[in-house]
Design a protein around this ligand. Structure first.
Ligand SMILES: Cc1ncc(COP(=O)(O)O)c(C=O)c1O
Length: 490
């Protein structure tokens, strides 16, 4: 299957033009196709064109919608990485999704490894999730008052994340991290006997787009080549100390110098916003030890890893208990959600129980709570994480083998259902090493995959995601397409 884009449209136009000329000149617009015992079978240009069109993908509607969107929405998209800036081309407009596939407005289908950037761990439009959303919506979409669903989701989260004795629901991962940091700073002001304004974050980790968290914040900004975001006051940015990921001695050095001013260390326990960078042995343990020693609050941003790296997230996988945790993505079942939480000591300072103010008109929205609860219920069924591991491992083995067969220099990393293939022959462990990847080749690889019906994130610096509904056949087709794309992109 070969799709059509502007280049092929131009080519087709040239072919038609030549064909007309052939007819005008009284020649047959034919090319030799097959010679057998002196007979030559010829094929008409028109037939070539018809054959070509019958197997081609057309992106006309997507392109027209993108043109309209670009007049109304900055860059034509409501979140920057969707714009294909890092890989060239124009974004696809999606009509619908089902299971492991998405379908664009031109009717092309793709096996999807973006999964709405992580939330859809049980696939697109899971019938049980859709059913519960419909039923809940019939009762009303929002009340601005508590519902029982909020308690049920809080209970489920606490069961899986015992470190989250108390939680607060918000509407996005950004809100969760932003609010967790306020809670951490508030805790020090109220109970630590001293105001602490500084935080430590890691290069290449993304914690949403709040002021103060955009410094060296991984994929989104790197993809667009934005080093420092205009609009963020210097006074905010200066409260954030950024250190290399996986470098515990860098953390120790900063804490030795500024420890008394540092309220929190926030970390993606598996870095998913610079591809997929696992923590080195001892890194998370080191963070836990040193933050405890200095009374600094350790925040695990598990917006991406929560219920994905394992049911209990990276904290279950690595056996580390943070002081606070941020969740999002999977817990909303595809609807907008975020949750932050921690010990009762910290969380009881949140308004109205305490004086650290944080609020939200749609927070704890019944549709998001219901979709999240149903998703967790499905994930809890026996064998689900074994299935996820098997499928993820199958893809890993297939892609590693494809890279060897294609002679491509790539490094593949995976933790649970998160993975990334880097175009480099160096090991990757932090932002400096990730940055050296061949992003131009990634761009060609991405376009070739898309043309062959495989949707991966349009940036070298993003993780891929596996779901429970990716079939073995999907994975075989993906590996085949990846092999061809590796050969052609070299
Ligand atoms: C680790 C992490 N934290 C926070 C966020 C922000 O979440 P949201 O996009 O829902 O605001 C993201 C989003 O990708 C993320 O990956």
């Amino acid at each position: 299957m070969k799709p059509i884009n502007t280049v092929t449209l131009k080519l087709t136009f040239i072919i038609y033009y030549c064909q007309c000329n052939f007819f005008i000149m009284g020649l047959r617009g034919r090319v030799p196709l097959w010679e057998f015992e002196g007979e030559t079978l010829k094929i008409d240009f028109f037939i070539i064109n018809m054959l070509y069109f019958s197997v081609s993908r057309i992106f006309n509607k997507s392109q027209e919608l993108f043109r309209q969107a670009s007049c109304l929405i900055p860059g034509g998209v409501n979140s920057p990485v969707r714009a294909f800036k890092a890989v060239g081309g124009k974004p696809l407009f999606i009509d619908h999704g089902k299971g492991s596939r998405i379908y664009d407005v031109d009717g092309n289908d793709y096996i999807d490894y973006v999964l709405s950037w992580g939330p859809l761990i049980i696939g697109h439009a899971h019938p049980e999730v859709i059913e519960v959303i419909k039923k809940t919506a019939e009762l009303g979409t929002s009340f601005g008052a508590p519902t029982e669903l909020e308690i049920r989701l809080a209970q489920e989260i606490k069961k899986a994340y015992p470190s989250m004795a108390m939680v607060r629901a918000v509407n996005s991962g950004t809100e969760a991290t932003m609010s967790a940091l306020r809670a951490a700073r508030g805790f020090h002001s109220l109970h630590g006997g001293q105001k602490r304004d500084k935080i430590i974050k890691f290069e290449g980790c993304y914690h949403g787009h709040a002021d103060g968290l955009l410094s060296k914040a991984g994929s989104g900004l790197a993809t667009l080549g934005i080093p420092d975001c205009p609009g963020v006051p210097q006074s905010y940015a200066s409260e954030t100390i950024t250190v290399p990921y996986n470098d515990i001695s860098a953390v120790e050095a900063v804490i030795k110098q500024d420890g008394k001013d540092i309220a929190a260390v926030i970390v993606e326990p598996i870095a998913g916003n610079m591809g997929c960078v696992p923590p080195k042995a001892g890194f998370l343990e080191g963070l836990r030890r040193i933050t405890k020693q200095h009374g600094i609050i350790l925040i695990f941003d598990e917006v991406m890893t929560g219920f994905r790296a394992a049911y209990g997230g990276a904290q279950e996988l690595y056996g580390i208990v943070p002081d606070m945790t941020c969740l999002g993505k999977v817990i909303g079942g595809g609807l907008p959600v975020g949750v932050y939480g921690g010990s009762i000591e910290i969380m009881s300072n949140i308004a109205p129980q305490g004086s650290v103010y944080q609020a939200g008109t749609l927070s704890g929205n019944p549709l998001a709570m219901a979709a999240g609860l149903k998703t967790l219920e499905i994930l809890n069924r026996a064998g689900t994480y074994d299935l996820l591991e098997n499928r993820s491992k199958m893809l890993e083995d297939g892609l590693k083998d494809a890279a060897i067969r294609a002679g491509a220099k790539t490094k593949f990393y995976r933790v649970g259902t998160m993975f990334c293939s880097y175009f480099t022959d160096h090991e990757v462990s932090d932002w400096e090493s990730v940055k050296t990847c061949d992003t131009k080749r990634f761009g060609r690889y991405f376009s070739l995959l898309l043309e062959n019906g495989i949707n991966i994130a349009p940036s070298q610096f993003e993780a891929g995601f596996m779901s429970t509904v990716h079939s073995e056949r999907d994975i075989e087709d993906t590996v085949k397409a990846c092999y061809e794309a590796l050969i052609k992109s070299s």
